[in-house]
Design a protein around this ligand. Structure first.
Ligand code: G3H
Ligand code: 13P
Ligand code: ZN
Length: 331
């Protein structure tokens, strides 16, 4: 059993309290590789932002669970080496789908876990989340649970259609589970294809997706004043990255994300954690494609992973400063 406090990690409790009252959101960036981890830490240190580094089940399968945990421990040491004496880094399990997976992560040093029982019947979702909360709270690990179903398809996360969170259920759910934060469904979804062109309106040659259900968010806020709310599926799928990928041999059609103004608005509310993964994948792929197309003789991974890391760092800094507003909120 490893306790996250011995690794220099923190849980989400204090940072969420400050984010909700301060009208900003904490970035939750997924990582699978060393370059993503480095870019996240560099961006958080440069902007003096708290940060959540999250690991999915797919990431554990790809990179190995133990290696990812050591990378998070390394992230704390790296932040200090970069000149940040007291970094606030959370190591979070993203979309945990069983008690056993959550327990495994807690036992190996995670400071926060998500138990995603959102596809289960309501009572089963509550029972599973409560079981995880009861275990996690013994070690002061915080727990995110989810109510409502997001649309979208990803490797390990799939749901064909979305069901918005029902505001009338949130008090009962949060009270009976004891969860520390609640992920809700208000129109975001996973991946780089969040909307079909038919669902969007053409404004000045740009496809604008339908707005998020802010009415539902505000109703939830009224029912649970000050309670930390989480938004998954919040990549904005920047057109410049999609265009670069397509210009240099890729083929991404109708890639549409959540407009950043809407995320900025959400961050000012009780939404205090915003999950971004796809934008990092796009930034990495765009830089690698461009580098290899322009330097066909290069074959040392460092030659193309360095611009990829730079491009991800630029994107993370942009999100922190211009979208979530968590810059300067350390300490
Ligand atoms: O919400 C899911 C994250 O983007 C992780 O995706 O399961 O493909 O690692 P993944
Ligand atoms: P995106 O696919 O929009 O980046 O969402 C990531 C996410 O919700 C991780 O849990
Ligand atoms: Zn998610």
């Amino acid at each position: 059993m490893v306790n996250y406090k011995d690794l220099g990690l923190v849980n989400t409790r204090e940072m969420f309290k400050k984010a909700v009252t301060g009208g900003y959101a904490i970035p939750a960036f997924n990582f699978n590789t060393m370059e993503q981890m480095q870019a996240i830490v560099m961006a958080a240190v440069e902007t003096k932002s708290p940060v959540i580094m999250q690991v999915s089940k797919g990431a554990r399968n790809y990179a190995n669970a133990t290696i990812l945990r050591y990378m998070a421990e390394g992230a704390v040491a790296y932040a200090k080496e970069l000149g940040c004496p007291n970094p606030e880094i959370v190591l979070h399990l993203d979309h945990g789908d069983s008690f056993e997976l959550c327990k495994d992560c807690i036992d190996m040093g995670f400071s926060s876990v998500m138990i995603d029982g959102s596809s289960l019947p309501y009572e089963e979702n509550i029972a599973l989340a409560k079981k995880v909360v009861d275990y996690a709270h013994q070690f002061d690990v915080t727990v995110e649970a989810e109510l409502g179903v997001l649309a979208g398809v990803e490797d390990e996360v799939s749901s064909a259609e979305s069901h918005y969170t029902k505001p009338e259920e949130v008090i009962d759910f949060s009270t009976r589970t004891g969860c520390d934060s609640l992920a809700i469904s208000i129109g975001t979804s996973h991946g780089a294809h969040k909307f079909t062109p038919e669902q969007c309106t053409l404004v000045n040659g740009v496809l604008v997706p339908p707005p998020l259900a802010f009415d539902i968010l505000h109703e939830i806020e009224k029912k649970l004043p000050g309670f930390p709310i989480v938004l998954h599926g919040s990549s904005s799928v920047p057109m410049e990255e999609v265009n670069t990928i397509n210009k240099f041999g890729g083929h991404l059609e109708a890639a549409i994300g959540i407009p950043e103004e809407q995320l900025r608005e959400a961050a000012k509310s009780a939404v205090c954690k915003i999950n971004i993964d796809s934008d990092s994948r796009l930034a990495m792929t765009a830089a690698i494609r461009q580098h290899l197309a322009e330097h066909p003789g290069d074959f040392d991974p460092r030659q193309y992973l360095k611009p990829a890391r730079e491009n991800m760092k630029k994107m993370y800094i942009h999100k922190i400063v211009n979208v979530l507003g968590s810059d300067g909120k350390l300490g």
